[in-house]
Design a protein around this ligand. Structure first.
Ligand code: F6P
Length: 343
């Protein structure tokens, strides 16, 4: 079996570890051969492929980003039927028997449509946002949170020196998992999530209280938090999957605090794409490797239209369609754990 691998959507630490595990296991255990499509679905549409063999992938375990490149190209944007047909023709022309698609809700949504049209495909989930409901975890999240916490630990010391409120904006479009875990691990006094209404007066009260006891407030805000009642959108066009570019939540929060707390000294740091870059943590390398191994076993067993997923401590294969169902947002119970506490 000749397998084409692609990585689509926003990159995240661990993508290369999936590719490495899939190629090594597929070659050694099942006699498969592999090619990589460059830049996600763009590479499929353009027939842009590179060979992937054991020698090429062996050094990739700890390499951040994706050596295959990524894009937000949507092959179905001009219509599902034509899109599917084009993909089918490309795969046939290149002698590719099946696809291993590594992506988030958008990329796997395309994979689901292809599977429904009879194209042999399996998937592996990725996103630093950790918001896919079909899996208990996605690789990339652990690394992103670790990076954010290290940044906060540094910001806390300079904030304390200057008796300053430090606002830290982290990624998280629809789900606040990165903000929630960063806030908890960094000891933030305030954590704002996309899932919650923001009470700016209450936030200002916390800031005043922390300053009054000689502390330096740390506020972690998700880019998707509705600071002014709705998400802060950058003046940018929507991508091929209809997403707007977010940005500005941290600045909005700082501005509102300045209004409410006279004489406040404050600074904003937007961590943004720092959270997507760099070498994956050990936990992410393990999860990514297990997803790669599982996806190859699914291909070998003919369990097409499935996706590797973590359930508890086990990696299982679930229907691809589940990946693109409901987003896994932060539930009320997790938010209630820390509600009302003064850190
Ligand atoms: O979906 C992952 C994510 O990191 C989001 O948190 C963020 O909004 C988005 O990607 C930004 O992606 P880009 O700037 O690459 O379009």
């Amino acid at each position: 079996m000749r397998v084409g691998i692609l990585t689509g959507g926003g990159d995240c630490p661990g993508l290369n570890a999936v590719v490495r595990a899939a190629v090594l296991a597929g070659t050694q255990r099942h006699g498969m051969s592999f090619v990589g499509f460059l830049d996600g679905w763009r590479g499929v549409l353009d027939g842009d492929v590179v060979p992937l063999d054991e020698e090429r992938v062996r050094p990739l375990l700890a390499v951040g980003g994706t050596v295959l490149g990524s894009s937000r190209t949507n092959p179905l944007a001009g219509g599902v039927e034509q899109g599917v047909q084009r993909v089918r023709e490309r795969l046939a022309a290149l002698g590719v028997d099946a696809l291993l698609v590594i992506g988030g809700e958008d990329t796997l949504g395309v994979a689901t449509a292809l599977h429904e049209a009879g194209v042999p495909v399996v998937g592996a989930p990725k996103t630093i946002d950790d918001d896919l409901s079909a899996t208990d975890a996605t690789f990339g999240f652990d690394t992103a949170v670790q990076t954010a916490v290290e940044a906060c630990d540094r910001l806390v010391t300079t904030g304390a020196s200057h008796h300053r409120a430090m606002v830290v904006e982290v990624m998280g479009r629809h789900a606040g998992w990165i903000a929630l875990h960063t806030g908890m691990a960094a000891g933030a006094h305030v954590t704002l999530l996309p899932e919650e209404v923001v009470d700016l007066d209450a936030v200002a009260d916390v800031v005043r209280a922390v300053l009054a006891r000689g502390g330096a407030p740390l506020l972690v805000v998700s880019e998707g938090a509705p600071v002014l009642g709705q998400q802060a959108v950058k003046d940018a066009p929507v991508d091929a999957f209809g997403h707007v570019q977010l940005g500005g939540a941290g600045e909005q929060l700082e501005r509102e605090l300045q209004r409410r707390v006279p004489g406040l000294s404050s600074r904003v740091t937007v961590l943004g794409h720092l959270l997507r870059g760099g070498t994956p943590s050990a936990a992410d390398r393990v999860l990514a490797t297990r997803f790669g191994l599982s996806a190859v076993e699914a291909l070998a067993a003919g369990r097409l239209g499935t996706m590797a997923a973590l359930r508890g401590v086990d990696v299982v294969q679930v229907p691809l369609a589940e990946a693109t169902g409901v987003l896994r947002t932060v539930p009320e119970a997790r938010r209630a754990e820390t509600a009302g506490l003064r850190w």
